[in-house]
Write a protein that binds this ligand. Sequence first.
Ligand SMILES: *[C@@H]1O[C@H](CO)[C@@H](O)[C@H](O)[C@H]1NC(C)=O
Ligand SMILES: *[C@@H]1O[C@H](CO)[C@@H](O)[C@H](O)[C@H]1NC(C)=O
Ligand SMILES: *[C@@H]1O[C@H](CO)[C@@H](O)[C@H](O)[C@H]1NC(C)=O
Ligand SMILES: *[C@@H]1O[C@H](CO)[C@@H](O)[C@H](O)[C@H]1NC(C)=O
Ligand SMILES: *[C@@H]1O[C@H](CO)[C@@H](O)[C@H](O)[C@H]1NC(C)=O
Length: 420
Amino acid sequence: MDPAGPAGAGLRRLLLALCCALAAAGAKVLPPPSNLDFSFVQICTLNWTWTAPENVSSSCDLEYSSDIVINEVPQDKRKWSKSPFRVTDTFLNEEMRFKVRSECKYDNTSEPSRWVETSVPPKGIPGTAAVDLDCVWHNLEYMACKWLAGKNARSGTKYTLFYWYDGLKSPEKCNNYSIHEGIFECIFNLTFPKVTNTYPTISILIKDDSEEIRPVCASKNPTTLVKPATPKAVTLSKINDEIHLEWSKSDTIPASCLEYEVEYHTGDMGTTWTIEGQHNHISVSAVDPNTKYTFKVRAKPKSACYSSKLSSDWSEEKSIGEKPDSTFYFVLIITIPLIVAVSTIILLFYLKRLKILILPPIPDPREILKRMFGEQNEDSQSGTKDDSVNAYNRLIKEEEIHSLVLTEPLECSYSENEKR
Ligand SMILES: *[C@@H]1O[C@H](CO)[C@@H](O)[C@H](O)[C@H]1NC(C)=O
Ligand SMILES: *[C@@H]1O[C@H](CO)[C@@H](O)[C@H](O)[C@H]1NC(C)=O
Ligand SMILES: *[C@@H]1O[C@H](CO)[C@@H](O)[C@H](O)[C@H]1NC(C)=O
Ligand SMILES: *[C@@H]1O[C@H](CO)[C@@H](O)[C@H](O)[C@H]1NC(C)=O
Ligand SMILES: *[C@@H]1O[C@H](CO)[C@@H](O)[C@H](O)[C@H]1NC(C)=O
């Protein structure tokens, strides 16, 4: 892995020349580190290692300066270390180059060595890595990550998500998968026993078993991804001209780490107001007693606890207010029986006309009647074969239906009176 290998001789000669030139000027160029190599510590973490240069004077306070270049772009992640290794994140879907040199710190009599470099070339076909990875940590309970397939990935590519964080023995595979309209999603439990505001960085690796799909790594700071659960059990009450709204507390996020936003409006499309609150209840005073008020609430993480800007979803809407409610029920109570009655009358009317049309050409109307009234006619058939008797039965039945139609609305309004 030492790039100094083939070009080593030329470089050494150049260095020697430089060395002599600087020596003449009073400065000495340090020898570079050697045997630069890397190994994976975790799914998305590399340990870059090298060996110390020889023949460094004891007066030199030797340190290594290292930096990262990704796709030829310097990342400005310069770091000094006294130990001959550095641990970094890796992305795997882009070429990552690591460079290191030796320096004598606080010593202006020697020059830093040349840079020694090595790189991790990406595997797989370009453009096949998962893209647009987006993760949300729901209620400090589970992480839901979504992504899209790379534009060059075959359709039917099965990406697999692995995750790891400091505290897990080994990387875990995410098993709860779904694909919906081209969006991949995987959900994994992520809970920590202690309530804290600092959580370990989560490393996420998405890859495929096939060699052609390029893997991709991402590091996520979970506190930036906290999304509180939707407030539930919203209850509304009204005392005089004050409305009181209350909802359930979170059982995972400390109360001191959440604030709430309540939005309410009057009527169906009335003015909208927003109230911010620190507790799981609010009161609105001096409300109009004849107006319907509709409320919804959502929870937001406090910036003192989490650097997340993700609000919960809005709770379901709850309404309070006398007049519009009662008119609504009034309309419902009047219209439903009316519709039932009218449609029954229309049905009977057509049934009658149908009978007039059908009866004359058929010699034995019993068959038709049997079909029309089904079993109900069976008992009356057994005794008599007379058509007039059947017609009489028919008449009775129709009357029964009519009287039913007439009594129905009465019954409904009666039961309604009972409720009030
Ligand atoms: C990286 O490698 C060095 C040298 O082998 C070792 O001392 C160090 O502990 C390693 N670091 C990690 C985080 O594994
Ligand atoms: C280090 O110094 C020793 C003795 O002075 C010499 O034999 C050796 O070649 C030097 N090594 C390098 C890498 O310059
Ligand atoms: C090194 O630094 C010291 C003070 O920081 C200065 O006096 C001296 O001239 C410097 N020497 C060289 C060679 O630059
Ligand atoms: C998998 O995810 C769904 C939500 O998409 C969730 O309801 C279910 O409990 C999860 N299963 C497991 C085993 O975590
Ligand atoms: C995640 O947690 C839920 C409840 O805490 C549990 O039912 C489920 O089995 C867990 N899923 C996994 C994959 O551990």
